[in-house]
Ligand binder design. Structure first.
Ligand code: ZN
Length: 355
């Protein structure tokens, strides 16, 4: 068995691979602004030679979906490694590899169908509960959006975790064909590797928004770490599009009262969602389409993904979603258009489906 630590620092991924004695199989690697596909390909080549255990920490949600989808065994190192994180990075890849080699019982194996946060359900629920009051206040004051007003036949499609070199262009082709604007919540690490894709998203009239740099679970981070994730990503995206994003979506929707407060004080509008199809769990194109179509209402914010794994099913589902909602008289808007829409008199809010 070999043990691969998969870390990140600034715009680089890092790999360290140890054998059972703790010796390096290959010299530790720093992969500057490469796509995650490069990281996966290197690990797959190693896994052909020897069973491989990959270890990430909770700040590195950009890679585990790709690794598990490629059939690799991925483990997550939790809270006790937090003091070892670099100023803007994960713990050193060597440390993660060594944790796999010598302390497997302290790690959590990531399951494909539960994703990065496997095993943390109770913690997430507690954090969400603690967020509820602040969230309600922020929704009332327009600092947090779950959905728009239920009076206009308008829907915002949002795509998270890109840009992805395989799936984002195909998704953009579909949106262009139907002339539908959407909002893309981009990750800084992916944008650094694929800036031209971010430029294309903006050029084709879509909104480019902030989804952090490395896709961490924010309640695990300090205030300084949260704001660094926001600011570095905003700088990266603004450097490409010329526009500083202020719409922010926390990875996994992970939030507590502190995180929501820090974001609002930092000028961010937190964008959540009211419709999601769990497309990341690959339920099939028709299940994705069906769920979006049946759950969408006036003002809905629909969460889908263009990155984080194989998004073919999402792309396949999209024409049916668009055509069905369009036939029902629904218009599509960038998500910022759903914030603070004045209520029109004489319209009656009602639940709405395409059926
Ligand atoms: Zn995400």
């Amino acid at each position: 068995m070999w043990y691969a630590g998969v870390g990140w620092e600034k715009s680089a991924y890092e790999l360290a691979v140890l054998d059972h004695t703790g010796a390096h199989i290959v010299p530790p690697l720093r992969l500057e602004t490469v796509g995650v596909g490069d990281v996966v390909a290197r690990l797959l080549r190693l896994a052909e030679r020897e069973p491989l255990m990959c270890v990430i920490d909770g700040t590195n949600g950009v890679v585990d979906g790709y690794l598990t989808a490629a059939g690799l065994d991925v483990y997550r190192a939790d809270g006790d490694v937090a003091p070892l994180r670099r100023a803007f990075g994960s713990p050193d890849a060597d440390i993660l590899a060594e944790l796999g080699r010598a302390h497997r019982s302290r790690l959590t194996r990531i399951a494909l169908d539960s994703g990065t946060l496997t095993g943390l359900d109770q913690r997430i629920e507690e954090d969400l509960e603690s967020a509820a009051l602040v969230e309600a206040e922020q929704v009332a004051s327009g600092r947090c959006l779950v959905h728009g007003r239920r009076v206009h036949p308008r829907v915002a499609l949002t795509f998270d975790d890109g840009p992805d070199p395989d799936h984002t262009p195909r998704l953009l082709d579909v949106l262009r064909h139907y002339q539908v604007p959407a909002t893309f919540f981009c990750l800084g690490l992916h944008a650094a590797a694929h800036p031209r894709l971010v430029a294309r998203i903006a050029e084709e009239g879509h909104s480019v928004a902030n989804h952090t740099w490395s896709h961490p679970y924010l309640p695990d981070l300090t205030r300084q770490e949260v704001l660094a994730q926001v600011d570095r990503t905003a700088e990266m995206l603004a450097g490409i599009t010329g526009k500083v994003p202020t719409l922010f979506r926390p990875p996994f929707g992970g939030r507590n009262a502190d995180v929501l407060g820090w974001l609002a004080q930092h000028g961010q509008t937190t964008v959540l969602w009211d419709v999601e199809a769990a497309d990341w769990a690959l339920p099939g194109a028709s299940a994705i389409a069906q769920r979006v179509i049946s759950d969408t209402d006036f003002g809905s914010v629909v969460l889908l993904h263009d990155g984080g794994g194989d998004r073919s099913q999402t792309i396949e589902a999209l024409p049916r979603i668009l055509e069905t909602l369009m036939v029902s008289g629904c218009g599509f808007v960038p998500v910022e258009d759903l914030i603070d829409v004045a209520e029109q008199k004489g319209r009656v809010a009602s639940s709405w489906t395409s059926a």
